[in-house]
Design a protein around this ligand. Structure first.
Ligand code: SAH
Length: 469
């Protein structure tokens, strides 16, 4: 982030604009929404600016800016539409200690003005660091269409009720009350008329005061393979309401961003064979936070019920009588098979598919190798990188065809997704050559669909048996 967004108090601020043409007017229309004292320097001002001066909305000095003119100014806008005059006046303003913005000159500006969605007192500022003004405008248009005009009124009435809301204890109780107001009772009252809003607030407060405190609860949420768009709506809502989020290593930052700002975020990342937070400690954290009455989200990658040690956590919270539920997620096998354009089952090829883990708590995991070695079998192997050589050895020993297709999908659903197409015989060598460092799902018995494999967007590396012969 090169520019840090802040909101500046304008009640007592002085803001200076140098320039009297279109560029100056565009800025002035925005600035006049504030309570700042605005001074404009323009030798040849547009008639609108003169009009605003006569209406007392700003002070116009019909001359070029000079030494000392920017004393006590907080912000300065160079809008002269003349680079030399912008540089001269910006220098004058800077020596007076004002923060300087030059219209259409990102490089010499100390701050930039965002695109603004105005539902005063709710203000949304959109910035792209000057990189994509078109994008900022599109976002603004989208938000303008989505946010009801009444939002500002609801917020203003809400603000006047803040003190009254202190009747509720600080924290969750008060937050639940406001959530109820903004997303339920408020809009309902507003649709009748503005006069209904205040009485609605009063009865809502009375209702919340008689409520018994919510009990702590744990949602075991599947966070999917990494792409935030592959979260379920239920997962999003759970994140939105969580007081505490306890998450695994494979949860992407884009998904963590969706949690409430105030939520307590606890990383209990476990690396296969690497440093880890012990399962006992994770169980203890879940119990500890739920017991304080918190709404806890236990966020696991993919689907929480697939190789997620979910039952150990459920047993631990059950022992304390804590309520819980499971929110299913998209398991990485689903994302991986979608990436290679195949389906997991196919009439005439495989009537079943197995989900295997490469290793379990005792080391490399054992499976029904004889069945897996049969032609046409399909298996999705989780945590199969380190165990690749072991799996290959067992399968070949049980008569598997050396040419059986094996496909490894690294970082499925993420921007850095890669596909490694190989064969059972070449698997360990191909893995080494491809230098796979992200989480990877290995499909035994599936190759990328031929038509897709040629598409450059798929990012396929093909390292087959022949190449290692
Ligand atoms: N519950 C998870 C699996 C947890 S075990 C699920 O349903 O997907 C961790 C293993 O999942 C990793 O070693 C890897 O094999 C697989 N995995 C998780 N995210 C992945 C991703 N984005 N791409 C490929 N494999 C992934």
């Amino acid at each position: 982030m090169d520019h840090f967004p802040i909101f500046i108090a304008t009640q007592t601020a002085r803001i200076i604009v140098s320039g009297g043409g279109d560029a100056a007017m565009a800025k002035l229309r925005l600035l006049m929404k504030t309570r700042a004292k605005i001074t404009v320097f323009a030798a040849k001002p547009a008639s609108e600016i003169e009009q605003w001066h006569h209406e007392g909305r700003l002070t116009l000095l019909p001359r070029a800016m000079d030494y000392g003119d920017a004393v006590c100014a907080k912000l300065f806008y160079g809008a002269n539409e003349d680079a030399a005059e912008d540089a001269r006046t910006a220098h004058l303003a800077m020596t007076c200690g004002a923060l300087v913005n030059i219209v259409d000159n990102l490089e010499d500006s100390q701050f930039i003005t965002p695109a603004i969605v105005d539902r005063d007192p709710v203000t949304i500022a959109i910035g792209t660091e000057g990189a994509a003004p078109v994008l900022a405008r599109a976002l603004k248009a989208d938000l303008e269409a989505r946010l009801p005009q009444s939002l500002g009124t609801l917020a203003r009435i809400g603000k006047s009720f803040r003190r009254a809301s202190y009747a509720l204890p600080f924290g969750r109780a008060r937050r639940d009350f406001w959530r109820d107001y903004y997303f339920n009772a408020g809009p309902k009252a507003m649709s009748a008329s503005e006069e209904h809003v205040r009485p609605a607030l009063e009865s809502l407060l009375a209702e919340h005061q008689t409520r018994t405190a919510r009990a702590g609860h744990i949602a075991f949420v599947g966070g999917g393979p990494g792409d935030p768009e592959l979260l379920t709506l239920k997962a999003r809502r759970a994140l939105d309401e969580a007081d505490v989020v306890i998450y695994d290593r494979l949860i992407t930052p884009e998904i963590l961003e969706l949690a409430r700002r105030e939520a307590l975020m606890i990383d209990v990342g476990k690396e296969g064979f690497g440093p880890s937070t012990s399962q006992d400690h994770i169980n203890a954290l879940l119990v500890e936070h739920a017991k304080t009455g918190a709404q806890v989200v236990r966020l696991k990658s993919g689907d929480a019920t697939v190789f997620g040690r979910l039952d150990e956590e459920i047993d631990a919270v059950d022992a304390h009588g804590i309520g819980w539920h499971i929110v299913p997620g998209i398991t990485s096998a689903s994302a991986a098979v979608a990436a290679i354009g195949q389906s997991m089952t196919k009439r005439g090829r495989n009537a079943s598919v197995r989900f295997l883990t490469g290793h379990d708590t005792r080391g490399f995991a054992d499976h029904d190798w004889r069945t897996l070695a049969r032609t046409g079998e399909v298996a999705a192997i989780y945590m199969g990188k380190k165990s690749a050589r072991f799996i290959q050895g067992r399968l070949l020993m049980h008569g598997a065809d050396r040419h059986t297709p094996v496909t490894l999908i690294e970082n499925a659903s993420r921007p850095d997704q890669r596909v490694l197409e190989t064969t059972l015989a070449a698997l360990p060598a191909a893995l080494e050559a491809a230098n796979v460092s992200g989480p990877a799902l290995t499909f035994l018995g599936l190759a990328p669909r031929a038509a897709l494999a040629a598409a450059p967007s798929l990012n396929v590396t093909t390292l087959k048996l022949e190449e290692f012969a």
